[in-house]
Ligand binder design. Structure first.
Ligand code: ZN
Length: 565
């Protein structure tokens, strides 16, 4: 372990000294984060690793101050035929309320330049003729959202009250609430989540940098593949989980610890989570190192390994090899109804969904389904690279449907049918129950004005195309004979409004099952049925739940989404 630490120090020093490029040691570490299949895929779809941008990050998390500070060195190559006059970076925490990420001391090839920041866009003046490389360095400082204890309680989000009515609505990263973030750049008593946490290279298409500001719904970032070598210092006793190869966590000065990760071919910032409560387990499954970090002890970590292992086996057999040598999973505190967050090589799951969480309100099977969904994102978006902001229905519907397929491979057809009813179709039914009309699926995230419509259409209706008349299997064979039929089906489900007809009426059984789980109501009913009495605390829980549920429900019933086309 000490050896690894020495290697990293050497690698970072070598890069910095050269003032440019990436050292051979670093290139080797990055290459080792990909399996041979992943390396071949990356090379044929993007570029050889040596030509991809590389971010070197050294940072420190201060949980008490809710701050993260550090240095970034970004080596970027102009692989286009036209010269570049600027390089655009994105600082996504600037799009959140109460969070920010500022850059200072921006240098190109060691020379100070004046970068222009506006919103999440940081434009760095830099002359890069075709085929040349530049090293951009800067310091950054970020203000994280502060979470208080219990703020990730599913009941604390209004949309989660709805989830009590129809758990599908809490959605699996459906992220239905818009007034406050999802806790993806946040710290609380149970740890920190660092998504899009340092300045990252903007995506580039048709010779133009992506400068579009994200809306409040869905995933904020969109990026092209690059590599990252990241070292994060945390207080002693905290453990860090992250994407890519884990190069170890070691004591440093002042009683702190530094954890280091390396990953090639990842989109956006290398994601991290840190917590004083993590129990960690590692296992080799289906040719991939699985690392689990749970807030629910060894049993919790074991459950993460089991669901991720099942998802990997099923999805690799169905959709081709997972590209990296490691996949990390971590439980985190998420808010705003997010059940999970996908990052390349890293799946985050809301710890509140864990069946091991006391008083968990998640429906049975929801934790596993969310786990399958987030692992499936490794293919849909991670590898395929659709734009989650402009085409959210593509990766979300495929992740949803893939989770149904993993359920089928792991637990059988009956369980898959149940999962489809409760965790997919119920999103649509919940939307309709709240008097929101059916609408067009194929819209950018910021054209959905209501979280309910977003959840109902993107997580509910859109995925059901995949199963309709064998659409997905025919589409993946790219069968020219059926091309017209497939296009017609796709139009029907994703462009037109036949949801009520195609999905059918609300499945009462699914709703009851969804209502079941650990909800305070059902516990109360069960207690009353069993011995004709209920304890004080059960009554209190049920009343508390009812109080939170009612205003939101009545608001929704009076105020159906006015923006439905
Ligand atoms: Zn998702």
């Amino acid at each position: 372990m000490r050896f690894r630490k020495a290697v990293l120090a050497l690698v970072l020093a070598a890069g910095a000294e050269a003032g440019q490029r990436v050292s051979p040691e670093e290139a080797d570490l990055l290459a080792k984060s990909l399996r041979p299949e992943g390396r071949a895929e990356l090379q044929s779809n993007a570029a050889p690793i040596a030509q991809l941008p590389v971010s070197e990050v050294q940072a420190e998390l201060d949980p008490k101050a809710a701050r993260v500070e550090g240095q970034l060195r970004l080596v970027v190559r102009n692989r286009e035929a036209q010269p570049w006059h600027e390089v655009v970076l994105r600082a996504y925490p600037n799009s959140g309320r109460g969070t920010w990420l500022r850059v200072e001391d921006v240098r190109v090839e060691g020379k100070r330049v004046s970068a222009r920041s506006h919103g999440t866009v940081v434009a760095v003046p830099a002359e890069l003729p075709p085929g040349t490389t530049a090293a951009i360095s800067l310091t950054f400082r970020g203000q994280l959202e502060r979470l208080s204890d219990g703020e990730d309680d599913p009941l604390s989000a209004a949309a989660d009250a709805l989830a009590q009515m129809a758990p599908g609505l809490a959605v699996l990263s459906g992220k239905p609430r818009t007034d406050k973030g999802y806790g993806t750049f946040a710290v609380g008593p149970r740890g920190a989540v660092l998504v899009d946490w340092y300045p990252q290279l903007a995506a580039r298409a048709h010779g133009v940098w992506d400068r579009d500001e994200p809306g409040p719904l869905g995933d904020a970032s969109h990026a092209d593949p690059g590599s990252a070598l990241v070292a994060l210092t945390v207080p002693k006793g905290w453990r860090v989980a992250g994407a890519g190869s884990a190069l170890g966590q070691h004591p440093v000065a002042d009683g702190k610890e530094t954890a280091t990760f390396a990953a090639a071919g990842v989109r956006g910032a290398l994601g991290l989570a840190a917590s004083p409560d993590y129990e960690e387990l590692t296992e080799e499954t289906a040719g991939v190192q699985l690392r689990a970090s749970s807030m629910h002890g060894e049993a919790g970590a074991r459950a993460l390994l089991v669901c991720a292992g099942a998802a990997l086996s099923s999805l690799q057999a169905r959709f081709g090899p997972y590209p990296w040598t490691a996949l990390a999973l971590a439980e985190v505190s998420l808010t705003g109804g997010a059940g999970g967050v996908e990052l390349p090589g890293f799946a985050l799951l809301a710890q509140a969904l864990s069946p091991r969480e006391q008083g968990s309100l998640a429906a049975p099977g929801m934790f596993d389904f969310t786990c399958y969904h987030e692992v499936a994102h490794q293919w849909w978006q991670g590898v395929v690279g659709s734009d989650p902001r402009r085409a959210p229905w593509v990766d979300e519907s495929l992740a949803q449907y893939s989770a149904v397929l993993v359920t089928e491979d792991t637990k059988g057809k009956a369980a898959a049918d149940r999962a489809e009813r409760i965790f997919v179709a119920l999103n649509y039914h919940g939307m309709r129950m709240a008097h929101v009309k059916d609408g067009k699926v194929a819209r950018p995230a910021d054209e959905f004005r209501s979280p309910l419509a977003y959840a109902g259409l993107v997580y509910g209706k859109a995925p059901l195309l995949a199963g309709a008349d064998g659409w997905l299997s025919a589409a993946s064979r790219a069968d020219p004979e059926h091309a017209l039929e497939l296009a017609a089906l796709q139009k029907r489900w994703w462009e037109e409004k036949h949801g009520d007809e195609d999905i059918g009426p609300l499945d009462g059984l699914a709703l009851m099952e969804g209502l079941g789980g650990g909800s305070a109501f059902s516990q109360l009913v069960r207690a009353l049925q069993q011995d004709g009495s209920a304890g004080d605390s059960q009554m209190k829980d049920a009343i508390r739940q009812l109080e939170r549920l009612m205003p939101e429900l009545s608001r929704m019933l009076q105020d159906p989404d006015p923006n439905q086309p």
